[in-house]
Design a protein around this ligand. Sequence first.
Ligand code: B1M
Length: 228
Amino acid sequence: MSEEELDLRELDDQELVEQMWDDLYDGLADEISEGTEILLERGWAPYKVLTEALVEGMRIVGVDFRDGILFVPEVLMSANSMKAGMAILRPLLAESGAPQQGKMVIGTVKGDIHDIGKNLVSMMMEGAGFEVIDIGINQSVEEYLAALEEHKPDILGMSALLTTTMPYMKVVIDTLKEQGIRDDYTVLVGGAPLNEEFAREVGADAYCRDAAVAVETAKEYMARKHNQ
Ligand code: B1M
């Protein structure tokens, strides 16, 4: 069947999800939006659409990016397609009606422009009842500090996707220590190349493997804070 003739609605769930992986790979934003809508209409939970169709599709893109089969312009189109799907899911994930939990400032560290993971964490945290101030990508220590000063959050979240940018998290945490304000915040870090050991070494409170873990960890720290 040619691309033009393909009717996404005629596919069963598994075929549709696999087609969405292909469409994400090919950077077809309209098709990703349509596939996302169809899965929701079929009763899929927003989080299931997010993880099984979108995040898994992006994992496949990442493998071929690593192996030199896909290049930056193509991966950018994949990222934009993923964002098209996320835009549909965002309000659904945010409307959980969860009680207000706390406030988080989050940003991707200096030198790093990857924002999909950070955006996902923001969406899920909002859905869990956190107020999220997303300060964006390529954030310097001065920008983090200014945001902390302005918004006075409970949690500082930092994201890094590159082995070359993840050490910058230590720069931020060391500066908080120098200024005597480290313990005013719970510092959570995440991103594909990180692990628990790294988080400990840089002085973060916790490493969050994915957005769901970020939510659980944030809730745990808020509960501890309230029990103090
Ligand atoms: Co980039 N890139 N990239 N890239 N890119 C990776 C990260 C890479 C692993 C690809 C590869 O080689 N396999 C590799 C890094 C290698 C390394 O450092 N060891 C890489 C590279 C090398 C590069 C460039 C240097 C390529 C170049 O220019 N030659 C360049 C760097 C640009 C820069 O930042 N200065 C670059 C550029 C890009 C694009 C612009 C094309 C695009 C980004 C678009 C965008 O974000 N708007 C891109 C993409 C899309 C990727 C991959 C394919 C996908 C990342 C992603 O969005 N994943 C990625 C391969 C991979 O990771 N497998 C790759 C989906 C997302 C849901 O997962 O971000 O891991 P993730 O987030 C998860 C968790 O990690 C966690 O929760 C999220 C949700 O579950 N999490 C947090 C993340 N942040 C958190 C913060 C928290 C908590 C949890 O705070 C509390």
